[in-house]
Design a protein around this ligand. Sequence first.
Ligand SMILES: *[C@@H]1O[C@H](CO)[C@@H](O)[C@H](O)[C@H]1NC(C)=O
Ligand SMILES: *[C@@H]1O[C@H](CO)[C@@H](O)[C@H](O)[C@H]1NC(C)=O
Ligand SMILES: *[C@@H]1O[C@H](CO)[C@@H](O)[C@H](O)[C@H]1NC(C)=O
Ligand SMILES: *[C@@H]1O[C@H](CO)[C@@H](O)[C@H](O)[C@H]1NC(C)=O
Ligand SMILES: *[C@@H]1O[C@H](CO)[C@@H](O)[C@H](O)[C@H]1NC(C)=O
Length: 758
Amino acid sequence: MALPQLLLLGVAAVAAAAAPIYVQPPQASGARQAEAVRELLQRLLGARAASAFSITVDGSLAGPGTLDTYRLSSPETGPERVAVVGSSGVAAATGIYRYLRELCGCHVSWSGAQLRLPDPLPAVPGVISATSPNRFRYYQNVCTQSYSYVWWGWERWEREIDWMALHGINLALAFTGQEAIWQRVYLSLGLNQSEIDAYFTGPAFLAWNRMGNLHSWAGPLPLAWNLKQLYLQYRILERMRSLGMIPVLPAFAGHIPPGVLRVFPRLNATRLSSWSNFDCTYSCAYLLSPEDPMFQVIGTLFLKELTKEFGTDHIYSADTFNEMRPLSSEPAYLSGISTSIFRSMTGADPSAVCLMQGWLFQHQPDFWQPAQVRALLRGVPIGRMVVLDLFAESKPVYPWTESFYGQPFIWCMLHNFGGNHGLFGTVESINRGPFEARHFPNSTMMGVGLAPEGIEQNDMVYELMTELGWYQEPVDLQLWVTGYATQRYGSKNVQAAAAWQLLLRGVYNCSGICINHNRSPLVHRPSLHMNTELWYNRTEVYEAWRLLQEAAGELGTSSTFRYDLVDVTRQAMQQLVGDYYQEIKQAFQRRSLSDLLTAGGVLVYDLLPELDGLLSSDGRFLLGHWLKEARSVATSDREAELYDLNARNQLTLWGPNGNILDYANKQLGGLVLDYYGVRWSLFVSALVECLNAGTPFHQDQFNQAVFQVERGFIYNGKRYPPRPAGDTLDIIKKIFLKYYPSAMEQGLHEGNWGPLHP
Ligand SMILES: *[C@@H]1O[C@H](CO)[C@@H](O)[C@H](O)[C@H]1NC(C)=O
Ligand SMILES: *[C@@H]1O[C@H](CO)[C@@H](O)[C@H](O)[C@H]1NC(C)=O
Ligand SMILES: *[C@@H]1O[C@H](CO)[C@@H](O)[C@H](O)[C@H]1NC(C)=O
Ligand SMILES: *[C@@H]1O[C@H](CO)[C@@H](O)[C@H](O)[C@H]1NC(C)=O
Ligand SMILES: *[C@@H]1O[C@H](CO)[C@@H](O)[C@H](O)[C@H]1NC(C)=O
């Protein structure tokens, strides 16, 4: 069903009652939004080029149901070359980015921008206009806050919000600084500071503290942290709003620190069971009963304090059962929870709309049967909730829940787990999925979204998904990716285009169930049972590597090209690690010491050091950068140590004992050698010792030894350079000459690939 019809049905009926949010234009005036877009353009292109654009924001241009629209033309008279009218700041920015892409051949992404403008700027042929079929183009996952944004200051946020506007995002989480507000609320409830300190986690784990999954780990949270985040949130909100975006603020989901129970001993709260591989030292949150009046008191208190500080755009996010089994499957209990959350919101803001990640439904489908899903969703009046169908590209929930039982939803591509680096994509599914969802019987879809756990990887997939948010039907992917390569590198290049065709149809074309926890042995604790299966033809990555390597002569000065060349080389080397691992394992099983030493020697003494050197030569792949960012937030040495520990632990052990070991693995210069490399070295020597002594390999013993290595990395006290070193192109050439021939040979005679069957 089209959005206007949807509006006429459920949403508009309720909107008439109290929630005009879906049809309301942004709060900022048209003039303010136009000014914000002008400023964005100056940051992007410089004052001179920016002055060639005239920008107007006119809300009446919007399609029915506040559907964002832009119109581009070239004025007949006047100094400007391009006239842009948008129904919102975001719509105008999206129109400008389309002009930059399609008429100027430019590109803006996380890994960099390619902005070589033709001079003079090309005229717009006639009028170019578009209306997005999606009321909302959403962005963020609650986890992105921890995996990617945690150390960001304003400068990086500003760049991100610019990226969001250019890519059409008009609905996004704004979660920064909420602990500063909770701190006040807890104090006002009567908790003391040590009880609060014992509850918050360290910065790198706040995403899970906020959902009640985790407490205390890697904390306490310094008060200086809260203060800095509070100021940052002011700037983030001001910028998002001035561009016409709707920031989603956090709300109370029902979890409380134990201190609340000291103050109010008669509260009806129950401990949830532990989360993931944590025990109750760091998990097992207390959840308030929905019937307890304090549920509403605390929730409303928080939201009043929050909106007094920051104002509001009326959409609030709360996730109570993220990866946690509810205490009861009784529909009355479940609807009680969502009703209580919603009431605590409306207590502070009568127009509140509740936003929820739909991850839980597909994560524990045995629990979330239709009756349970329906109860949770229907605890809130129809139209006053927005559900994110978070992993819709692989496991959409709307088809088996009658489109979320009438609640509006957003079709989201999750794509990335833990901010891992591997090349990955489900291009066919994202190209089809949103359009199928819109045509589903009685569909309540009202937008598309990006919900990656971590960003700054696989730019192509996000570029595709954000563009699709403005189309009425799927694109021709092959044609699209050719244009993508040209814009990204700033020139048409035959080899680069051919490389992208190979990547598109292989590594980016996973279908069926393909959960992309990076499976490469490279980034996991070694054992004799590692999975090296791939969902694509690995030879095609080697082939793409060769083609890009050939294109380096012409494109080597382009920063976005260099990023991709490093990334594809990295992928090829990750595949090679899998091959050497297989050789090591087979040599061990054959009891061939010399083969074991050969394969192990190449892996440990050449391949991994070469990979580390490669990554260390590019500023976008540096452990030193991540750690420097963490330390630079600190206001004292003690804080710096705490943030350093947070930053290292998240990438590696994820918890005190490797609880979620290597989930957020990254391929970074420094980390590859000092963490993954040392671990592989220990594995190879352990196998060699076993062969020498004629004893079997004991994984348990190895795990104990390797845990010391893993912990050792976190506390090694080493400072990693935050700046790149070495000539990337030379390094790649050397690696290519050394490894490409045997890689091709391996790939061709192995051919062990096919769809994964987990
Ligand atoms: C906070 O309260 C707890 C429990 O009553 C108590 O043990 C602790 O000493 C108090 N801390 C401070 C700083 O008052
Ligand atoms: C506490 O809450 C639970 C769950 O909502 C409910 O079943 C129970 O009756 C409540 N207990 C009391 C004493 O109110
Ligand atoms: C769509 O909604 C109409 C009206 O409520 C209903 O009669 C029909 O059965 C629904 N169709 C499906 C496939 O759910
Ligand atoms: C993706 O793979 C499928 C086969 O699994 C194929 O039909 C399709 O054409 C491929 N898509 C692209 C863009 O190459
Ligand atoms: C994998 O790709 C290579 C290069 O395109 C091709 O020669 C080979 O036949 C493919 N292998 C399979 C099993 O399709």
